[in-house]
Structure formats: structure tokens, C-alpha cells
Design a protein around this ligand. Structure first.
Ligand SMILES: [Zn+2]
Length: 164
């Protein structure tokens, strides 16, 4: 019952975010770079089914998907913050440019790509992700825990050796 009420309340939000995410993915797929061979291997290790479809776009700041009132709500839930360094929208990954060479961060975002694939792309992934931001709360949901676990699959390079 509680789950049904939460799902009903979140449906319009999920619809809006999924619509925005689909549009943003198209932009990233045009502007982003394909994965390098070592990154393709990392993507496969993380569980991405089609790593050749992934594109990575370095950006000055990671965009916020929501209009002001909803963005504020998402910030209160803790699933969006001005300090966010990466975001995955389908096969499109945006990473803040000063950390875009961090393989552990890439592994984290690639785990979200695999989750999009597994859960039926935008509506399926975002329905579960937004629900987990409400309960048990970001970053305690299973999707975030799984993505954090994937970070250990990457060999963390010394900062001086990071690709920029
Ligand atoms: Zn994450």
C-alpha cells in the first residue's frame, strides 16, 4: 500500500526526468567520446552489455535535470547536489572535467549504464532510482550501493597520471 502511494506520487516526477534524460542522452551521444580500449574492458567487467554505445562528455559542471522547485526537493533528498561530479543518462555519461580521468568514477557511472540496460532504460531505471532516493534515501539505495561496489573494479590511477 505504502509502495503504491509512493509510486503514484513519484510517477509524474519520473516521467519528467525520463523525458529530460532522453533528450540529454541524445546530446551527449553526439558530443561525447567513445570509450578507450581499457575503458571498454572496464565497462564489460562492470556488466555493460553494449559498451561501444557509451559516450563520455567532460563538462564544466554537471547539469541539474529539474526545474527549481523539484530540484530543491531532490537536493533535500540528497540525490542532487551542487558538488555532483558525474551523471549517467542512458548511454551518455557526463563527468566534471577536473575528475573525468578518474577510472573509479567512470566505473561507478558505467555501473549505472548497466543498470539502465538491465531495468529497461529510462522509465525502468529512473522509477527505481528516484524511489530509492526517497527510501532508503540517497546514497543508501541498492542501485547506488551496486555502483559504489563497481568502483573497486577500476585501478585508481595516481592523480598526476589521470587523463584530462
Ligand atoms: Zn551513482
Amino acid at each position: 500500500m505504502f509502495g503504491a502511494v509512493v509510486n503514484g506520487l513519484l510517477s509524474p516526477l519520473v516521467w519528467w526526468v525520463a523525458r529530460w534524460a532522453r533528450l540529454r542522452e541524445a546530446t551527449i551521444l553526439c558530443a561525447g567520446q567513445p570509450l578507450m580500449p581499457d575503458q571498454l574492458a572496464l565497462a564489460r567487467a562492470v556488466g555493460v552489455a553494449a559498451p561501444e554505445c557509451v559516450r563520455v562528455q567532460p563538462v564544466a559542471s554537471v547539469p541539474m535535470p529539474l526545474p527549481q522547485p523539484l530540484r530543491r526537493a531532490a537536493e533535500l533528498l540528497g540525490c542532487l547536489s551542487p558538488h555532483i561530479v558525474g551523471m549517467t543518462l542512458g548511454y551518455g555519461i557526463v563527468l566534471r572535467h577536473d575528475v573525468c580521468g578518474d577510472p573509479a568514477l567512470l566505473a561507478h557511472e558505467l555501473a549505472h549504464v548497466a543498470q539502465y540496460e538491465r531495468l529497461g532504460r529510462f522509465r525502468g531505471f529512473l522509477r527505481q532510482y528516484v524511489r530509492e532516493c526517497v527510501w532508503p534515501g540517497y546514497p543508501r539505495g541498492p542501485l547506488e550501493i551496486e555502483a559504489r561496489a563497481a568502483e573497486s573494479l577500476a585501478v585508481r590511477a595516481p592523480r598526476s597520471a589521470l587523463r584530462r
